[in-house]
Design a protein around this ligand. Structure first.
Ligand code: MF3
Ligand code: CO
Length: 252
């Protein structure tokens, strides 16, 4: 499949689907507290997406069963919401949500502490801060004339300078009329290498950062990716358009 560059009108549509995803995530952020199950988040997300006139993007994608991915503590990505997974104080939970509106996809993720940030262990607070900051380092490089490697290198350098590690087995992606388009957008790389970025490309940049070693493993449910060493993992994601005026975040 070739790279699809989007027109200004298409980018505007993606800003609208991105805004749906953002509204859902901000609603869920407020819901996160001890005693709430990840299935409650799932049901709220499904309702909210409908109310906003959009459709869920993940449900049915490669037979994935839910609207959200909810990944707790050592779970990196693709955790499946469950009545049995009840959040408790001191946990961190990554919430990843996708929606389609008017044929265009939005995809974003946040990682949220369960109960206040102040109650979080210092190491975990740092993991969340560094992961989110690394996303913005990557976004800053999403410029015409830069390459995919500039994005990955910026993420990787920030993460490793802070003593954490970047997951290699899962990567960001192009996005548009499909959830996953080319190019792949790794959260590691070498400056100047990889595909050149052009006006109208839209990238889902999504660093997955482990507090320990980078290796991963997938659970028997065939979806949930966890850290091989049991360390904590955080995940933040935005969709970003590459424009002549610089990076434009669509999932605001
Ligand atoms: N944000 C993830 C991604 O871009 C979510 C996909 S989960 C799936 O790959 F269930 F839809 F596969
Ligand atoms: Co994504």
């Amino acid at each position: 499949m070739p790279i699809v560059c989007k027109s200004a009108a298409e980018i505007e549509k993606m800003r609208r689907s991105g805004h749906v995803v953002r509204q859902v995530l901000e609603f869920l952020r407020e819901m996160v507290s001890p005693g709430v199950s990840t299935m409650e988040l799932e049901r709220a997300a499904e309702k909210k997406i409908k109310e906003l006139g959009a459709k869920p993007a993940f449900k049915g994608y490669y037979d994935y069963p839910c609207v959200l991915c909810t990944s707790i503590n050592e779970e990196i990505v693709h955790g499946i919401p469950s009545e049995k997974r009840v959040l408790k104080s001191g946990d961190i939970v990554s919430i990843d949500c996708g929606a389609v509106l008017d044929g265009y996809y939005g995809d974003a993720a946040i990682t949220v502490p369960v109960s206040g940030n102040g109650d979080l262990k210092a190491e975990l607070r740092k993991l969340l801060e560094v992961t989110e900051a690394s996303l913005y380092k990557g976004i800053e490089q999403a410029r015409v004339g830069n390459s995919v490697g500039d994005v990955g290198a910026a993420v990787q350098e920030h993460v490793e300078a802070n003593g954490f590690s970047v997951v290699r087995e899962f990567v960001g992606h192009g996005i548009g009329t499909r959830l996953h388009e080319e190019p792949q957008v790794p959260n590691f790389g070498v400056r100047g290498q990889g595909m050149k970025l052009r006006q109208g490309m839209v990238l889902a940049i999504e660093p997955m950062v482990n507090s320990g070693k980078p290796q991963t493993r997938v659970l028997d449910d065939k979806w949930t990716a966890v850290t091989a060493d049991g360390s904590y993992s955080a995940h933040f994601e935005h969709c970003v358009a590459v424009t002549d005026d610089g990076p434009l975040i669509l999932t605001q």
